[in-house]
Design a protein. Structure first.
Ligand code: CTP
Length: 401
């Protein structure tokens, strides 16, 4: 995700410095080359050696060091960064940045770089709430700095409130987003995900093993490409991806009602939800007691949400469906493409290892209206999502349908 990208991590002096070490590890794991710059105060919490070992690059700290400046100068460091991340950013660092002060290695780089800068503040809650800090924050936003707001919680200073460094995973996600071309800017997209639960009493339901992972990956990748994303999700245990509006539903009827209400405003809709085809005809008001005679539940068909969307599809909207099959993959998927009036269908064979429900990977065939078929090898669901959005973008920009 960050392959080939150069990230400069600026670390200033607060107790959250130890968390920045983990941030380096995650950036490196995602493929970035990381150069760390520490303020003098940051080095009182954690030594440069830790960051050097994790980043595999020399740590910059002394503006006047003959040795480090002769190897790679601070101006070169400012130039080569694709992104600068400041974590933790102290109140002092933010104040200097707001005033344009350049009195050490890090603040000098901040004036010299033209790369986007993500500021991740961490401090005591009273310092965070202080009008001077809040004024500086507004100034930084006006100057074009991106802010990753701190989280609220129990702070190292034994106080409760906002000021904790944002979750490391959220910082990584913001960094990835800043480095992803915003190819879906101005586009609204809707993704459905997860299973539906069709209750026959308050504690029992009919469902399927869908984990929601494919739909959540699609929502995440679209948000990274700067789309306005609405994720309509059946019950699952996943957290909503950053910058995504999630609407949680339980049954197929609820899912249909939510989707049909907002479908006409969407540039693209991708239905990954494993909608239950049937629902119990009746739902008992109370938990059904067991009986020695066994239990028969009468089922009635659920509406086909995707077919309804296909029937009312406005011109220019891109509609994508999934086809989960255990036999005749290509033929069944093509039938769904025509029957539901789709632009393309993503077919997966549920009998294949590493594909379908609950896996982190998927192996799919993408069949387009033109008949063109792409067989994708086993890849992560995020990679499959990228392939899907690439095609959606092509269709939205007037490419062949
Ligand atoms: N789908 C839907 N509403 C339903 C059933 C399915 O919107 N009631 C959507 C799914 O989200 C998916 C596509 O239709 O994008 C195909 O779903 P799938 O379960 O593979 O096929 P079905 O249409 O249910 O047909 P069958 O069960 O006979 O394979």
């Amino acid at each position: 995700m960050l392959k080939g990208k150069s990230i400069l991590l600026g670390v200033s002096g607060g107790i959250a410095v130890y968390k920045a070490a983990e941030l380096v590890r995650l950036f490196v794991k995602a493929g970035a080359s990381v150069h760390v710059v520490m303020t003098a105060n940051a080095q009182k919490f954690v030594t440069p050696l830790t960051f050097q070992a994790l980043s595999n690059n020399a740590v910059g700290s002394d503006l006047f060091s003959m040795e480090s400046e002769s190897q790679i100068s601070h101006i070169q460091k400012a130039r080569m960064a694709d992104l600068v991340v400041l974590a933790p950013a102290t109140a002092n660092l933010m104040a200097k940045m707001a005033a344009g002060i350049a009195d050490d290695y890090l603040t000098t780089i901040l004036l010299a770089t033209t790369a986007p800068v993500l500021v991740c503040p961490a401090m005591n809650v009273k310092m965070w709430e202080h009008p001077a800090t809040q004024r500086n924050l507004r100034t930084l936003a006006e100057l074009g700095y991106r802010i990753q707001p701190p989280a609220a919680g129990f702070l190292a200073c034994q106080e409760e409130g906002a000021g904790r460094l944002a979750d490391i995973e959220d910082i990584v996600e913001s960094a990835i987003r800043l480095l992803t071309p915003p190819t879906l800017t101005g586009r609204s997209v809707l993704v459905s995900a997860g299973p539906t639960h069709e209750h026959f009493d308050p504690v029992r339901f009919l469902s399927n093993p869908s984990s929601g992972k494919m739909g959540y990956a699609l929502a995440k990748i679209a948000a990274r490409r700067s789309a306005k994303v609405c994720l309509v999700s059946g019950p699952c245990s996943l957290d909503a991806p950053a910058q995504v509006e999630r609407i949680c539903v339980t049954s197929a009827i609820e899912m249909r009602d939510v989707i049909l209400k907002i479908s006409s405003k969407q540039d693209a809709i991708v239905m990954t939800a494993a909608v239950s085809d049937y629902r119990p005809s009746e739902k008992a008001a109370h938990k059904m007691k067991k009986s020695p005679e066994g239990l028969s539940v009468l089922l009635e068909p659920n509406p086909d949400i995707l077919a309804s969307l296909g029937a009312i599809k406005p011109p220019g909207q891109v509609l994508v469906g999934f086809a989960a099959e255990t036999e005749n993959l290509a033929q069944n998927a093509k039938d769904k493409l025509i029957r539901k009036n789709l632009d393309f269908v993503v077919a997966n064979d549920l009998t294949r290892q590493g594909a379908g429900f609950a896996y982190d990977t998927n192996e799919v065939k993408i069949i387009e209206r033109s008949g063109e078929t792409s067989d994708l090898s086993v890849m992560t669901k995020e990679e499959v999502a990228s392939q899907i959005w690439d095609r959606v973008e092509r269709l939205l920009s007037g490419g062949q349908k």
